[in-house]
Design a protein. Sequence first.
Length: 421
Amino acid sequence: MLLAVGGTLFEKGIIDLQWVIVALAIGAAIGIPLGLVQMTAVPQRTAVSHAFGAACVTLVGTAEFFLRSPNVPKFTMSVLSLEVILGGLTFTGSLIAAGKLQELKFIPQRPVTYRGQNIVNLTILAAAVVMGVLLVLNPGQPILFLSMVGIALVVGVMLIIPIGGADMPTVISLLNSYAGLSAAAMGFVLNSKLLIVAGALDGSSGFILSVIMCKAMNRSFTNVLFGAFGQVQAAAAGAAEAATVRSASPEEAAGILAAASKVVIVPGYGMAVAQAQHKVRELYDILTKKGVEVTFGIHPVAGRMPGHMNVLLAEADIPYDRLHEMEDVNSDLPQTDVALVIGANDVTNPAARSDTSSPIYGMPILDVDKARTVMVIKRSMNPGFAGIDNPLYYLDHTLMLFGDAKGFVSDIVRELSGGHH
């Protein structure tokens, strides 16, 4: 970007740099604090970047239309229409996705769904496409162009609101693909080979990553694309209210861990939020010194982005050979004494295996419920990011350890150290 901006500024024909410098200063003032976020906020930070890029594409496309109209060649008008439709829906869609990930109060976290939703969405999108075709035939219609942009902005919101939390990482990747494709279309409009190549690379890589993530989640790509995952089933919620849970203190948890011979630790988003990875390293060290075999079970989409847990645990210098993928861990869990779940919800939910009415049914999970004892560190009984209850918490061999992950792990370490940690 530095080379692109620098090259443009040195291009002959720029008469006044005043507004360019003002814009660069404003952009830097916004960009620097946005870059200084914790790792837990990287997914929504990425979504905001997509929104900015898409807004740029849409504004440039709009400016080009009004500069050239009504004498816009048919090919240019067709790619210009594609540019602003993709740019518009990516802009609003990315903002909604970022708001959901940030859990903003005025944006509903759970999916907003209704009967015939996909038909409505596709009809609205088709209307924008029809407007684009009419503009290709007659480019001198500014009202029609602005209406097309407005519809694209609405489509972005409509496409993202029915998508549940469990599928949000895949959606972020898909929005990345849309942003790249819109940039490639802008390259055709501006006659920039660099933009065409960069946009095509971005678009194709984002699409491929989305498909890979869908396979990891055992999701149909079209289902993620058209949403409606993460709906709460009323029957399941009612059953959960009638059930009871067993809780344990740090002293009891430490005693169970000390008596175990094999422990699997399953980290999740709760560990990331609490920044508990270094305390988890201390727990790993002290259990290993006591002769306990400790491994880590890593779900491919634990946290809010691929590789989230691997990066955090590597940051705490936990040996990489102790981090095992889901398939390897699942074969070991029936012979495991204790499965310690630290802030992971949906990736350990047994409903994904058995409950056909569950919105996460069919998603591969870590089979922690097959361990002899399950201990779950969690702040409260609130549902996970997918917005559904977890039957794991009500099993007879599950102990709930309520509290902040960092504080609770620290208390367990102190107990294991004889109270002198």
